[in-house]
Design a protein around this ligand. Structure first.
Ligand code: KE4
Length: 405
């Protein structure tokens, strides 16, 4: 019925083998499959459910909103409130537009950059994934990397003729024909790779020197690393930012925003067209606001502390089983590579052992822990993952590591 049995390729277990579990319901740190098995879930809708699944305040907000109608095709107060909440938290976002997916956000941001600068060329980094928009499906991460695809069939050469791909964590030369550089400020789609010291600052300087715009794709890091995401954590302010996942509370909502003069090119004010029937959807804005209201400093400190502990325990127990493993963590994000070499870019991420990851994945799944079904993804512990739960995950990881060693 569904091509590959899924509505998004990475869910098909292509990188790890086997048949994916189908989720019947979820609550907090857990999902239950249709056979009634419970898993401690580190996929968490790829980072959308930072509070954990079925957070009561989020469910209540969506239920209440639904009673007043689900979509109008007309402006509502709540989308203004969410845009204001984003502007209050994200340094670059003087103006914000809401859309329905991260792909729409990056596609729109690229068009704004090209419309604002009058230039066509864009620069992206190998292993970074920005959704399935044609001009960015080049040496992408996430599902494209999972299936070892250089890009994608169906993308005409013309669509990517102006896309330049360069290695992550190296500041490229930027010509004066470049509209923008788009980057995951912390890469989460080649596994988890932190920006090298000076990398983001270098991109800022290179873009300023060339009159190009700097676009931070914070679909993963936005509202995950803190209220102001990576740009606040690393003190580098891009010209445009894309956001998703957390900001929609698990409903179809994403956003892009930037400096007022840059965003002023957007229709109806300016000549760059961008639109969406369900943009700013009333249920999704209700969910997003309900999530942001709960994400205070204490929540972020707790989440970051727990993720850091989990990363340390995993490195210890998997290492003690005699396996070469690197467990990077950045704020509340955790990665895991079976390798003894530092992972700083896509090439070194691909050098990690994918077969060992696949076996580890299944040993953990058999023990009731659901990891991302690809080595080119990131673990998303949520605020619903208690310290005991994380300790249990580490104990199970010790057993899983011994089983594959
Ligand atoms: P969506 O169009 O899937 O909502 O967002 C695209 C996107 C953009 N930018 C970044 C940094 C992203 O990580 C994503 C989507 N993330 C993947 C998982 N890493 C989505 C999972 C999937 O494709 O099913």
């Amino acid at each position: 019925m569904l091509p590959g049995g899924v509505d998004s390729p990475v869910r098909a277990f292509g990188a790890v083998g086997g048949t994916p579990y189908f989720v019947a319901r979820a609550e907090g740190a857990y999902v239950w499959d249709v056979e009634g098995r419970r898993y401690t879930d580190y996929v968490q809708s790829w980072g959308a459910s930072i509070l954990g699944h079925a957070n009561p305040a989020v469910v209540d907000a969506v239920q209440r909103a639904a009673r007043d109608g689900t979509s109008f095709g007309a402006p509502t107060e709540r989308e203004v409130l969410l845009a204001e909440a984003i502007r209050e938290r994200v340094p670059s976002c003087e103006r914000v537009r809401l859309v329905s997916s991260g792909t729409e956000a990056t596609m729109s941001a690229i068009r704004v950059a090209r419309g604002y600068t009058g230039r066509d060329r864009i620069v992206k980094f190998a292993g970074c994934y920005h959704g399935h928009v044609d001009e960015l499906l080049v040496t992408a991460g996430s599902g494209v990397a999972t299936f070892g695809l250089p890009g994608s069939a169906g993308v005409p050469a013309g669509a990517v003729a102006d896309t330049v791909v360069v290695p992550y964590n190296v500041v490229p030369q930027i010509g004066d024909d470049v509209a923008c550089v788009i980057v995951e400020p912390v890469a989460a789609n080649m596994g988890l790779v932190a920006p090298a010291p000076g990398f983001l600052e270098g991109l800022r300087g290179a873009c300023d020197g060339a009159g190009a715009l700097l676009v931070f794709d914070e679909v993963v890091t936005g509202f995950r690393l803190g209220p102001g995401g990576a740009q606040e954590r690393y003190g580098v302010t891009p010209d445009l930012t894309t956001l998703g996942k957390v900001v929609g509370g698990g409903l179809p909502l994403a956003a892009f925003g930037g400096r007022e003069e840059v965003m002023s090119v957007l229709a109806p004010d300016g000549p760059v067209y961008q639109a969406g029937t369900l943009s700013g959807n009333p249920l999704a804005t209700a969910a997003g606001l309900a999530v942001l209201e709960q994400l205070d400093g204490a929540a972020y400190r707790r989440l970051e502390g727990r993720a850091g502990q989990l990363a340390g325990w995993l490195a210890d127990v998997v290492g003690e089983a005699g396996l070469d493993v690197i467990v990077p963590s950045v704020g509340p994000l955790v990665g895991l590579f079976f390798t003894d070499r530092p992972v700083t870019d896509y090439e070194s991420a691909k050098a990690a052992d994918p077969k060992l990851y696949a076996r580890f994945f299944h040993e953990m799944l058999a023990r009731g822990v659901a990891l991302p079904p690809s080595p080119f993804e990131t673990w998303f512990p949520s605020l619903a993952h208690t310290k005991d739960e994380l300790e249990r995950t580490a104990d199970l990881a010790a057993a899983a590591a011994r089983a594959i060693a």
